[in-house]
Design a protein around this ligand. Structure first.
Ligand code: ATP
Length: 373
C-alpha cells in the first residue's frame, strides 16, 4: 500500500500542454477518481504515474520515492486498461499468472494466488477459457483479476467499465467499490462519467483543459462546487444557470434575472452583500426546483412563474423543461429543467408556478466563473 503525490506535474506534447501544474496528494488506501470531459488530461495523468508517459516537469511520488525515472515494472503498480489488453492466445489462468511468472514466483504460489483471486471474483469456472470465449463482463473481471494477483501498492484503472452495457456497469461499479474496501489498497480511477466518479470515489479530482479544477469528496463537489465548470459537470441533469443581478432592498438581498426575482434567505445573505448591484450567475439544481403542491417540508420556497415545454415521465419523477420570461415578454426566454414529484399536475404548454429551494442555490462570478460566498 502506498500514497501517491503529484507535485507541480506538467506534461507537454510539442505545443500542447496535456496536464498543467498538477498538485494532488492521494492518501494511502484512498479511492481517487480523475474525471473530466474528453481531452482534459485525465488519462495522461494516470499514464505518467504508471510510467507509460514521461513527465515534462514536476515530480510524482509513490510513497516517499520519486518515480519519474523508475521503469514501470519497478513501480509496484497494476493497471486495468479500457481495452483490458488480455493476451488472446492465453487462457484466463495464463493471463492472470503472466505477471507473476515474469517475476519468477514459484509455480505453486502462482497457482494458489490465481485460484484465490479467481474465486473471489467468481471466475474460477472460466480459468481454462480463452478471452474470446468470454462475455464483456467476464473479460473485465479477468482484467481486474490479473491486476489483483500481483498484490500491488497502487491500482490504476482507465475507464475499465466503458465497454459494458448500462446494467452491467452498475453492477461492476459496486463490485469495484467492494473490492477496494476489502483490499484497502490505493485505487486511482479515470472516467469521463460523473456518476461513476460520484458513486465510487472517496475523493474526486475534476479536470478541464489539463488543469485541476477541484479535488474534494463527492458531497462537497455537489454542495459547494468551486466554479461554474464543476457545478455544471457534477449532477444530472446539470445545474441550471441564469444571468442575474444582485439587488438590495430594505435589507433583503434579491437575485433578479429580469424574468424572476427570488430572495436570498437572511441567514445566508451576509457574504453576498458586498456584491449588491453587480451581475452574478445564479445556479440551482433541477432537484431543488419543485411543484409547489408537492414541495418537501422545511425548504425555503421562492415562487417562479414559467411555462412547461416538455414533461418527461420517468416513473419515480417527472423531468420538466420550463422557460421563463418577463411580464412584458421582452426578455429572451430562459430555459431550465426541474425534477419534480411524479404526481405533478403541471402539463405541457401550461403557465405554472414552480418553487426554487433557496436554501440550495449557488452564485458565481460571471467574469472569473468562481463560486461566490
Ligand atoms: P479521453 O477521455 O478522450 O481519453 P483524456 O481526458 O484522458 O481524454 P488525455 O488522453 O490525457 O485526455 O489527453 C489530454 C490532451 O493531450 C489532449 O489534448 C490530447 O489530444 C493530448 N495528447 C494525448 N496524448 C498525446 C500524444 N501522444 N501526442 C500528442 N498529444 C497528445
Amino acid at each position: 500500500m502506498a500514497s501517491v503525490t503529484y507535485e507541480h506535474v506538467t506534461k507537454r506534447y510539442g505545443d500542447t500542454t496535456a496536464v498543467h501544474d498538477l498538485n494532488i496528494a492521494i492518501e494511502d488506501g484512498e479511492f481517487l477518481v480523475f474525471v473530466g470531459p474528453s481531452g482534459c488530461g485525465k488519462t495522461t495523468s494516470l499514464r505518467m504515474l504508471a510510467g507509460l508517459e514521461e513527465v515534462s516537469a514536476g515530480s510524482i511520488y509513490i510513497g516517499d520515492r520519486v518515480v519519474n525515472d523508475v521503469p514501470p515494472k519497478d513501480r509496484d503498480i497494476a493497471m486495468v486498461f479500457q481495452s483490458y489488453a488480455l493476451y488472446p492466445h492465453m487462457t484466463v489462468a495464463e493471463n492472470m499468472a503472466f505477471g507473476l511468472k515474469l517475476r519468477g514466483l514459484p509455480r505453486a504460489e502462482i497457482e494458489s494466488r490465481v485460484r484465490g483471486v479467481a474465486k473471489r471474483l467468481g471466475i474460477e469456472h472460466l480459468l481454462h477459457r480463452k478471452p474470446k470465449e468470454l462475455s464483456g463482463g467476464q473479460r473485465q473481471r479477468v482484467a481486474v483479476g490479473r491486476a489483483i494477483v500481483r498484490n500491488p501498492a497502487v491500482f490504476l484503472m482507465d475507464e475499465p467499465l466503458s465497454n459494458l452495457d448500462a446494467k452491467l456497469r452498475v453492477q461492476a461499479r459496486a463490485e469495484i467499490s467492494k473490492l477496494h474496501m476489502q483490499l484497502g489498497t490505493t485505487f486511482i480511477y479515470v472516467t469521463h462519467d460523473q456518476v461513476e466518479a460520484m458513486t465510487m470515489g472517496n475523493r474526486i479530482a475534476v479536470m478541464k483543459d489539463g488543469r485541476l479544477q477541484q479535488v474534494d469528496t463527492p458531497q462537497a463537489l455537489y454542495t459547494r462546487p468551486a466554479n461554474l465548470f464543476v457545478a455544471g459537470f457534477i449532477g444530472s441533469p446539470s445545474m441550471n444557470f441564469f444571468s442575474a443581478k444582485l439587488r438590495e432592498q430594505e435589507g433583503t438581498l434579491w437575485v433578479d434575472s429580469g424574468a424572476f426575482r427570488v430572495p436570498i434567505p437572511p441567514h445566508q445573505a451576509d457574504p453576498y452583500r458586498p456584491r449588491a448591484g453587480q451581475p452574478v450567475i445564479f445556479g440551482i439544481r433541477p432537484e431543488n426546483i419543485h411543484d409547489p403542491q408537492y414541495q418537501p417540508p422545511g425548504i425555503q420556497p421562492a415562487r417562479v412563474r414559467a411555462k412547461v415545454s416538455v414533461a418527461e415521465l420517468m416513473g419515480h419523477e417527472v423531468i420538466l423543461h420550463l422557460s421563463t420570461t418577463d411580464a412584458e415578454g421582452i426578455l429572451p426566454e430562459q430555459e431550465f429543467v426541474a425534477r419534480v414529484d411524479p404526481r405533478t399536475q403541471l402539463r405541457v404548454n401550461q403557465w405554472a408556478e414552480v418553487v426554487f429551494d433557496m436554501d440550495r442555490f449557488h452564485l458565481f462570478d460571471p467574469q472569473t466563473e468562481e463560486r461566490l460566498g
